[in-house]
Design a protein around this ligand. Structure first.
Ligand SMILES: C[S@@+](CC[C@H](N)C(=O)[O-])C[C@H]1O[C@@H](n2cnc3c(N)ncnc32)[C@H](O)[C@@H]1O
Length: 238
């Protein structure tokens, strides 16, 4: 199993530690390393939910809350962001306060592989760059399915490797050589941005991910590559 620090602790503990460590630089590095395209990816994902007008949303692995904040454009009653890392969510809480949306967007510490919600609670679920970090992907997906209302949708963004050979070579050079170097310099965490390409390489992408989602019970699972396949957008229904 690919883990952030390759030590004897479980992946979950290491992931929490890593995101606590890099929380202050997470947003900056996200926007810098993707040239700001991550903002467009979340907008695109949220727009998939627009036709369904969800009222109650869950943002799984919410981190600094960018997906939850983008989901405000859907004008829902409630968005709950849940994450292992309180330090990441402190930045999300500040964003919600700044937008005057602290009554709508609520952040909660918790494990997405054991969601503290009743069955059939949410109209929609968003997950941005979170599923790759789960210790047990099946558990995380099953929990999302359990708390979604029947007919509800989940939209997932995850980093992927481009399929086109030439683009993949160029991308690999950037992702494996440049990203860890810039990440290390800015975040001061020597492993976090080396773990990023390692974990992307080991994670099921595209149709392989679709199969895993269908195996836990999601239906109408579709996916599309974004930005030459550097990111995948998955849409699925309960
Ligand atoms: C790459 S960040 C994504 C943050 C945000 N969703 C975004 O779009 O930028 C991944 C987040 O997943 C969280 N995470 C990983 N495994 C988790 C789990 N089992 N339960 C809750 N959060 C988890 C980490 O703490 C981290 O904040």
């Amino acid at each position: 199993m690919v883990t952030p620090y390759n030590d004897s602790r479980g992946k979950k503990e290491q992931v929490k530690d890593m995101f606590d460590n890099i929380s202050a630089r997470y947003d900056l590095l996200n926007h810098l390393l993707t040239f700001g395209i991550d903002i467009h990816w979340r907008k695109k994902a949220v727009s998939c939910l627009k036709p369904h007008s969800p009222r109650i949303l869950l943002d799984v692995a919410t981190g600094t809350g960018d997906f939850a904040m983008e989901a405000l454009t859907l004008k829902p009653e409630k968005i709950i962001g849940i994450d292992l890392s309180d330090k990441m969510m402190d930045y999300g809480r500040a964003k919600a306060r700044k937008a005057g949306a602290e009554n709508i967007v609520e952040f909660m510490t918790g494990d997405c592989e054991q969601l503290p919600f009743a069955n059939n609670t949410f109209d929609a679920i968003t997950v941005g760059f979170g599923v790759r970090n789960f210790e047990n992907l099946e558990k995380g997906l099953s929990e999302m399915l359990r708390v979604l209302k029947p007919g509800g949708h989940a939209v997932i963004l995850e980093a992927t490797q481009p399929q086109n050979t030439i683009i993949r070579h160029l991308f690999s050079f950037y992702f494996v050589r440049i990203v860890p170097m810039i990440g290390r310099l800015i975040s001061k965490d020597a492993r976090a941005y080396a773990y990023l390409p390692e974990s992307v390489g080991a994670f099921p992408a595209g149709s392989a991910f679709v199969e895993r989602a269908m195996a836990v019970g999601f239906r109408e699972v579709t996916w599309k590559p974004l930005t030459w396949g550097a990111c995948a957008l998955y849409l699925m229904k309960k």
